[in-house]
Design a binder for this molecule. Structure first.
Ligand code: F6R
Length: 246
């Protein structure tokens, strides 16, 4: 695992966007296709802002790129302002100029959620797998909505959100009661299948989880520790998120 510690959240945004831009240009060179994995939440917002600036400057083009989201809440209408369908449209698809038809998000409204999970896995495979997956980390060490206790070999499936995660995400909904209780998420094993992983974290509230991810044992108690198993995982964090590293 490569760990890049920078001073500020803005530097996390610039450094992570530069890595993604580099990966896209490198993979496109021989006329190859590119598939990116996108995360929601606050952590990657600066990254998307910097990528959008590169697009506006004509230095990067997301045309023809496929994208897969990490997760979606179960039971939220697609046009609910906090559904990840809506969040991805607002902060990723439109600002980066992705083709909406090429952006896939798990279906949290499917009558048969398990069948939807299997179809999502099949769609990732049909796209040739994810080339670069952007990730955030939960204060409890989750990645995607793989909460502590998630098997490291898990695949896309329905998970129950931890109380701490619902409390963290109450800021998007107003009250904790409004935060859905379940998600459809790529599994830890699904995430590990990506060619490259890029995790961003900022602020003191992530410091403990970041230390467990980087220096703790590889354990389902901290799903993000699975990044230690990946040959091409990069973690970009600011000074505050690095505070509990030894
Ligand atoms: C979002 C996701 C989550 C978040 C994590 C951190 O798609 O999968 O794992 O990355 O909950 O959220 P923020 O960035 O809001 O602190």
């Amino acid at each position: 695992m490569e760990v890049l510690i920078v001073e500020t959240p803005d530097e996390v945004a610039r450094a992570s966007a530069a890595r993604i831009a580099q990966a896209i240009r490198r993979r496109r060179e021989p006329g190859g296709s590119v598939t990116i994995g996108v995360a929601t939440g606050s952590s990657p917002l600066g990254t998307y802002r910097e990528l959008a600036a590169l697009v506006r400057a004509g230095e990067l083009d997301f045309g023809g790129i496929d994208a897969f989201a990490l997760d979606e809440y179960v039971g939220l209408a697609a046009d609910h302002p906090e559904s990840y369908h809506e969040v991805i449209r607002r902060v990723v698809t439109e600002p980066l100029g992705l083709d909406p038809a090429r952006v896939r998000i798990p279906d949290g409204l499917a009558d048969d959620l398990d069948a939807g999970c299997a179809a999502y896995e099949a769609a990732i495979e049909a796209a040739g797998g994810i080339d670069i997956q952007l990730l955030g980390i939960g204060g409890n060490g989750h990645i995607g909505f793989n909460e502590p206790g998630s098997p490291l070999a898990s695949r896309t499936r329905v998970t129950v959100l931890a109380p701490a995660t619902r409390a963290d995400n109450a800021r998007f909904f107003g009250t904790v009661e409004q935060v859905p209780t379940r998600s459809v998420t790529q599994g830890v094993g699904t995430i590990l299948d990506a060619e490259e992983l890029l995790l961003v974290a900022q602020g003191a509230s992530k410091a403990r989880a970041v230390a467990q991810m980087i220096e703790g044992p590889v354990s389902s108690r901290c799903p993000a520790s699975a990044l230690q198993l990946h040959p091409r995982a990069v973690v970009v964090i600011d000074r505050a998120a690095a505070a509990e590293l030894s």
